[in-house]
Design a protein around this ligand. Structure first.
Ligand SMILES: Cc1ncc(C[n+]2csc(CCOP(=O)(O)OP(=O)(O)O)c2C)c(N)n1
Ligand SMILES: [Mg+2]
Length: 419
């Protein structure tokens, strides 16, 4: 037998720091100082910023003041619009989650605590830059002022659902808002975004692409082939990794977080990588703007890791108390993105608690009214709103003979069965 005198091999199986019932202690977490990370020029060579994926870009300090070279110096109206879109996203999540519990739809997913990663990013992009989101970027549509009634129609798969009940609730699609159809198959949006960006460049267009995936999704092969294409052709694309530390019940260690950062994945491909505080709307805005300017100036793609925390369960089908400590979210040291931006605008003297409370009330009412409006078109719970034979439509421009035959056969069988 070979290796008889060698120690037996052993396998490392990652284990999260805290499990249900454990006291949570983040004292090992070194809080990066706001304003401390340098801001290189947009034409920097990736090789010259290989240290940055291990740092963390933060702008807002503990007192809500903006610090350092990444402060995007936004106009008061922009700051308040970002705050409002984040608050609307939260109000929307809150109400639609309850609509699921009331049996009005079959599924819902919140982005609680992660609102900045989509809302602030959307504000730093042009309206017609193409977004390839995962299922947790409802904030993009909301930031782009897409009608929330339309989103609820999709969630209820009702008569007014433009997707005709063919997508899982929350898997929106809006060509008009440059929001690519969401796919449940993780990370397929990454190569699609890179391909779209390459096509935009090949045509001499000026629009760039941006994509979002979770940290768990970086373990998919699609993530790596997308990065290879993006690097080789210097595609004008921003690749966002939302590191909310959980992939359903798997902690981020299973996607590689124990050994390195997700931003550092960029180094191996020779593309620019940034790591930002995902609960700091100004840091998210500034990093996105930097990456967008870089892409638009033909300087290549950027991978941005947004460090955040999934404050809710994965979806309405999940119970996180089974696998993680309830204290984790409460003690999370990077705080809440809405509370932090609110503190900032109050410190600037352009906002106050009374206006914030009035806004929250107004937004809750706006979502309530939109839900009522959508319910006029029906809810998922009262059955199908589209005719059965319509499921054969819209696949081909002209329906081929074999689908027509299947459609006819289905209708005959249903008629014979009296349904
Ligand atoms: C290819 C593929 N594998 C597995 C799944 C099942 N699945 C759905 S969501 C999810 C977790 C993804 O976690 P992450 O990428 O971190 O995103 P998050 O949910 O945290 O936003 C898994 C494993 C899937 N939808 N597609
Ligand atoms: Mg995740």
């Amino acid at each position: 037998m070979t290796g008889r005198n060698l120690p037996p091999l052993s396998l490392h199986v990652p284990e999260p720091a805290f499990r249900p019932g454990d006291a949570v202690d983040y004292s090992d977490f070194e809080m990066p100082v706001a304003g401390a990370v340098r801001r290189p020029g947009i034409d920097v060579q990736p090789a010259d910023i290989r240290d940055m994926p291990y740092e963390m870009v933060r702008v807002l300090d503990d007192d809500g003041r903006a610090q350092g070279p990444w402060d995007p110096r936004l106009a008061p109206e922009t700051l308040l619009k970002i705050l409002r879109s984040m608050a609307l996203t939260r109000a929307f999540d809150d109400r639609l989650f309850r609509a699921h519990r009331q049996g009005k739809t079959s599924f819902y997913m919140k982005c609680l605590g992660e609102e900045a990663t989509s809302v602030a990013a959307a504000h730093a992009l042009a309206y017609d830059d193409m977004c390839f989101p995962s299922y947790r970027q409802q904030g993009l549509l909301i930031a782009r002022d897409w009608p929330i009634v339309d989103m609820i129609n999709q969630i209820f798969s009702n008569r007014a659902d433009r997707l005709k009940g063919r997508q899982l609730p929350i898997m929106y699609s809006s060509r008009e808002a440059s929001f690519f159809s969401i796919s449940g198959n993780l990370t397929t949006q990454y190569p699609q975004a890179v391909g779209w960006a390459m096509a935009s460049a090949a045509r001499g267009d000026t629009r760039i692409a941006a994509s979002w995936c979770g940290e768990g999704s970086t373990a998919e092969g699609d993530f790596h082939s997308a990065l290879t294409f993006a690097a080789v052709y210097r595609a004008p694309v921003i690749l966002n990794v939302i590191n909310n530390q959980w992939a359903i019940s798997s902690f981020s260690g299973f996607a590689g977080a124990e050994a390195t950062t997700f931003a550092a994945r960029a180094i191996g491909y020779g593309i620019a990588g940034l790591r930002v505080d995902g609960n700091d709307a100004l840091a998210v805005y500034a990093a996105t703007q930097w990456a967008a300017d870089r892409a638009r100036g033909n300087h290549g793609p950027t991978l941005i890791e947004h460090f955040t925390y999934r404050a809710e369960g994965h979806s309405t089908s999940d119970d996180p108390s089974k696998y993680r400590s309830a204290e984790e979210g409460v003690k999370w040291p990077l705080g809440d993105p809405i509370a932090r931006l609110k503190k900032h605008v109050i410190a600037l003297g352009i906002w106050d608690e009374e206006r914030h409370a009035a806004m929250d009330k107004e937004l809750a009412e706006q979502v309530r009214a939109a839900q009522k409006e959508a319910e006029k078109n029906g809810i998922l719970a009262d059955g199908l709103k589209q005719s059965f034979d319509s499921m054969f439509e819209d696949v081909f421009e002209e329906m081929p003979w074999h689908l027509r035959e299947q459609q006819r056969q289905m209708l005959e069988e249903r008629r014979a069965a009296g349904i």
